[in-house]
Ligand binder design. Structure first.
Ligand code: HEM
Length: 395
């Protein structure tokens, strides 16, 4: 069957609200857990928990090197680790993992809190502000800049290029996607040139770690080091931005939970895990099957893109009872897939969690309450969640 003849089970190009995609995915999990869409040249979407987990874990059948995200965005070069399959992908993870390990990330806590307070306090003093466009789109860039040891004067460029790239991806403007991606490559090349001239400690500087890495005794190829730095420049920024927006929406809708967490900040880490499950920010990370496969009784031909809809898998009622509801201390919360599974699982999980925790701690501690103060703007594929959340603050 030609791909265009396959009936369409859902249309990601229809207008969405903050909640509508989740309602659509609940329908698909019930009626069509392996769904097909004709958008962006056609793709499959795995909606159920076990199918997503299985595909993410089986890197031999489901490869990322062909297309790692729906819609396809990589026109400008290969960017490890996401664009490579094991074993080629492994040396890049070996270089990055120690720098993102919990003990290293803990060292970033004071700077993260400083950045959070500096960004947040003016909005609170003003009485209103957009938690996404004025706060959460900046915080991960600054934390990331600290981790990457980037020059401060390039952070605004990173914020701008990262934002423009994300908007271009979401609105499908491929020319802007390419030009902003190239601007990000330029930032990556600058960092690498700088570290070649002035090497830093590979135990603390990610770029120097990649330059120092050896595979079978050889340095990693220059273009792939550039690709890796370029990859982390974006992948580590968008998820926390969207997540903080989604958490704020939830807390505005549930003032009781807002008060409970404000009064008991020690509950915040458990709340963050449940928020990660409920507002998983990714739905478009993708694989391609190397052979025809059958999943939940449906045949997916080889070579066609398959989105792993982590956001849907994490609300699957067969694993998470009342999957659409927030439940503090779910007994099986550790099973959530917000950070993926298998060889491409997120190396930045500890850093992501740190950013979410500090953002929430500061937002709650510095206010007596906050409410929605305008329209929520939702994100589009490949993310899911909030892109703009106007709030008013009481303090
Ligand atoms: C709340 C925050 C975050 C969430 C929810 C998240 C989620 C994810 C997910 C689901 C994947 C797997 C993609 C796949 O299987 O195709 C991933 C991969 C990745 N993430 Fe994160 N992420 C977050 C923050 C970060 C941060 C702060 C960094 C910092 C550097 C980061 C770096 C990466 C990298 C490099 C990969 C690719 C790994 C590979 O291909 O081996 N992420 N992330």
């Amino acid at each position: 069957m030609e791909r265009r003849d396959i009936p369409q089970d859902f249309d990601p190009l229809l207008p969405e609200t903050f909640d509508s995609a989740h309602a659509d995915y609940a329908r698909l999990r019930r009626t069509c857990p392996v769904a097909h869409s004709n958008a962006w040249g056609g793709f499959w979407a795995l909606m159920g928990y076990e199918d997503v987990k299985q595909a993410a874990s089986d890197h031999r059948t489901f490869i990322t090197s062909r297309q790692n995200v729906v819609p396809k965005v990589a026109f400008t070069g290969r960017r490890p680790p996401l664009h490579l399959d094991p074993p080629e992908h492994t040396p890049y993870r070996r270089a990055l993992n120690p720098l993102l390990a919990p003990d290293r990330v803990a060292l970033l806590e004071p700077a993260t809190r400083r950045f959070a307070v500096k960004l947040l306090q003016p909005l609170i003093d003003r009485g209103y502000g957009d938690i996404c466009t004025e706060f959460s789109s900046y915080l991960p860039v600054q934390v990331f800049g600290e981790w990457m040891q980037m020059p401060a004067h390039r952070l605004e460029d990173l914020h701008e290029a990262g934002r423009a790239f994300n908007i271009a991806v979401q609105s499908g403007v491929s020319e802007t996607m390419k030009s902003t991606s190239l601007a990000l490559y330029q930032l990556a090349r600058e960092l690498i040139a700088n570290r070649r001239q002035n090497p830093r400690d590979p135990a603390t500087d990610p770029t120097s770690a990649l330059l120092a890495a050896r595979h079978d005794g050889e340095p990693l190829p220059e273009e792939l080091i550039v690709g890796t730095v370029r990859q982390v420049l974006v992948v580590g920024i968008i998820a926390p931005t969207v997540m903080i927006g989604s958490i704020a929406v939830h807390l505005c809708r549930h003032a009781d939970l807002q008060d409970q967490l404000r009064g008991n900040p020690d509950l915040i880490p458990a709340a963050i895990e449940e928020f990660l499950r409920l507002y998983t920010p990714y739905r478009g990370f993708a694989r391609t099957a190397v052979r025809d496969v059958e999943i939940a009784g449906r045949r997916i031909p080889a070579d066609e893109p398959i989105a792993l809809v982590f956001a849907s898998a994490n609300r699957d009622e067969s694993v998470f009872q009342d999957g659409d509801q927030f439940r503090l201390h779910r007994p099986n919360i550790a099973e959530h897939l917000a950070f993926g599974r298998g060889p491409h699982n997120c190396p930045g999980a500890a850093l992501g969690r740190l950013e979410l925790r500090i953002a929430l701690e500061e937002l709650l501690a510095r206010t007596d309450g906050f409410e929605l103060n305008g329209e929520i703007t939702p994100t589009r594929f490949p993310e899911i969640g909030a892109l703009s959340v106007p709030l008013s603050f009481r303090n």
